[in-house]
Write a protein that binds this ligand. Structure first.
Ligand code: GLU
Length: 306
């Protein structure tokens, strides 16, 4: 009896998987085995096919993609300390990417190995082949393009300034001269502050923007300056802060990948570009914006530039 019970339980599990994979769409034989075959056929049918020489083929065969992102970069990426689950816009973009490689029937998290990064180690993480992609508020620029490749733009923002609500002397970037400004080490934010103030601001460089917020709360910095959308996330954490000044840079984000110099990333950037265009066109991007960015920005968008 116990044996039969176990077989039945296994059959039920197969049925459950079949339903979860959308296998229910195909009429199946009445036995549990028949259902399993139908489920396998349905999964195979929705699993994308790639050219043998392409990087996506080897990723799919390996069953894993290593995604570099940051543990504390809200609203883009956070490893929730209570649940250990990854959340945020960049995190869900990574999940969409996994779906594009393994098909919508699989739980994308089963295919993702999260590689925690900070701004400063994004480029070496790729050049040292420690991640397949970096999806972490990563501005596309010429300097970085000398060492790595980027996908087309999947998010667009610009740099602004965060100060305490009571602050009245910092209104624009020029007012940062002589002030201590916090930014993440290795970011474009760091460089943009120096350029915009002709090196007249004192930089406090830390490993995350929430750490910069704490530094400002404790009086170690007069301002925090980085991409506006990241600052929106910080205002959400501390209502005693405000964002000031106009944009003083363009920050177009791309997905960073290792260059295909040795032929070991064949077809990867074109694949990413087609996929980015698809998720924008089919409304997935707009849904993710509404889920993660709208709660902090208050606006809605269907594409990186509007
Ligand atoms: N987007 C900028 C950069 O890539 C600042 C944000 C960050 O440090 O992640 O450097």
């Amino acid at each position: 009896m116990r044996g039969i019970g176990r077989i039945l339980a296994t059959g039920m599990a197969v049925l459950f998987v079949a339903a979860a994979c959308g296998g229910g769409a195909t009429p199946a034989a009445p036995t549990a085995t028949g259902k399993a075959t139908a489920a396998a056929t349905a999964t195979a049918a929705t699993k994308p096919k790639f050219e043998l020489s392409h990087y996506t083929y080897s990723l799919q065969a390996k069953g894993k993609i290593r995604v570099g992102t940051q543990e504390n970069n809200p609203p883009f990426s956070v490893k929730n300390p209570a649940t250990s689950k990854w959340e945020g816009f960049d995190v869900d973009i990574a999940r969409e990417l996994a779906k594009a490689i393994w098909g919508p029937g699989d739980d994308p998290d089963t295919h993702i190995e999260w590689v925690p990064v900070t701004s400063a180690i994004r480029v070496p993480t790729l050049t040292d082949n420690k991640a397949d992609v970096i999806i972490k508020t990563f501005t596309i620029n010429e300097e970085r393009k000398k060492q790595i490749d980027f996908s087309d733009i999947y998010f667009f923002t610009g740099q602004r300034i965060l100060v305490k609500k009571a602050n009245t002397d910092i209104k624009e970037v020029a007012d940062l001269a002589g002030k201590t400004v916090c930014a993440q080490k290795g970011s474009t934010s760091e460089k943009n502050i120096s350029t915009a103030t002709q090196d007249k601001a004192k930089l406090l460089l830390l490993d995350s923007y929430p750490a910069c917020l704490i530094a400002m709360q404790q009086g170690q910095a007069d301002a925090v300056s980085t991409d506006e959308t990241i600052l929106f996330g910080l205002v959400m954490q501390d209502g005693n802060t405000k964002i000031v000044g106009k944009y003083f840079s363009d920050e177009p984000y791309g997905i960073g990948v290792k260059q295909n110099k040795g032929g070991d990333r064949q077809g990867f950037v074109p694949f990413l570009n087609t996929w980015v265009a698809t998720i924008i066109k089919d409304g997935t991007w707009g849904k993710l914006y509404e889920k993660h960015i709208t709660p902090v920005s208050g606006d809605k968008k269907q594409a990186p530039k509007g």
